[in-house]
Write a protein that binds this ligand. Structure first.
Ligand code: MN
Length: 264
């Protein structure tokens, strides 16, 4: 798909930016994201809906609230750009992912919630209309009990990190194995995961869009789209007319279409 200047598209879906991560921990492509958003802004490419499908902010490796209080400008750098690509009177939706929160009730930290609220973002657990449903996707992996267990672990680490500030740098391996996603790997596991997600998100005959597993894919038979992630692969989804396009940013102005799905 090629973007046309001075055009407004129906929607853009983006997930798993894990913003605030620094390069000491992980490669994150955040500069590339700024380039993409600047490209849209400069060419007057706008979206009626900007939908962030979870794990936009990283809050498990460290306290995002503390980072916010120290340097709100870092948040402005991202959200000024995201605001700029929304069409006038467009909707901006922030779906809460597991890495956005360390609360037992899956709420964003108050400071960040208020920050987004003031800017006009709608913060919620899911977004749906007659054509599609968007959730982050951790709902297919966690139940209330496993969620509480993981959050207790994350909080314990945050508490330890107050004593040993570099803990999260050395503990990445542990974090990845025990606290992070336990992604479905085989085809059967993936189908099982999406069947569960479809059920808990009340997909019915609509298209289901999620992120979370960092697995960029489209399963047309189940009307399932995964936006992949930004942090590793620079992928996102655009709704143009009645077609979803799965796109990968390859270079400054180069995007490859990896899948298409029509709303029927
Ligand atoms: Mn996630």
């Amino acid at each position: 798909m090629k973007f046309e200047s001075d055009r407004t598209y129906r929607a853009i879906f983006l997930s798993d930016v894990h913003y605030l991560l620094d390069k000491k921990i992980k490669f994150h492509r955040h500069q590339d994201l700024f380039r993409l958003l600047d490209y849209f802004r400069k060419n007057n490419i706008r979206f009626k809906k900007v939908i962030l499908a979870g794990d936009i902010i990283e809050n498990w490796f460290f306290s995002a609230t503390r980072k916010y209080r120290r340097k709100q400008k870092r948040f402005d750098k991202l959200f000024d750009r995201l605001d700029a690509i929304a069409a006038r009177k467009g909707k901006r939706i922030y779906i809460v992912g597991n890495h956005d929160t360390t609360s037992f009730t899956m709420q964003l930290p108050d400071d960040i919630h208020n920050y987004l609220d003031k800017r006009g973002w709608s913060v919620r657990e899911e977004y749906s209309n007659g054509d599609y449903v968007v959730v982050h996707g951790h709902q297919g992996q966690y139940n209330k009990i496993s969620w509480a267990f993981h959050i207790a672990m994350v909080r314990f680490f945050h508490w330890l990190a107050v004593i040993i500030p570099n803990l999260f740098y050395v503990a990445e391996d542990f974090y990845n194995r025990h606290l992070n996603r336990m992604d479905p790997v085989t085809t059967e596991q993936k189908l099982e995961y999406y069947r569960r997600l479809s059920h808990v998100s009340h997909q019915r005959d609509r298209v289901l869009i999620s992120g979370h597993t960092h697995d960029f894919l489209c399963i047309p038979e189940m009307k399932i789209i995964n936006t992949g992630d930004w942090v590793k692969s620079g992928t996102f989804v655009v709704l143009k007319g009645n077609k979803f396009y799965g796109l990968r940013m390859e270079g400054r102005k180069k995007f490859t279409t990896e899948f298409k799905l029509t709303i029927v």
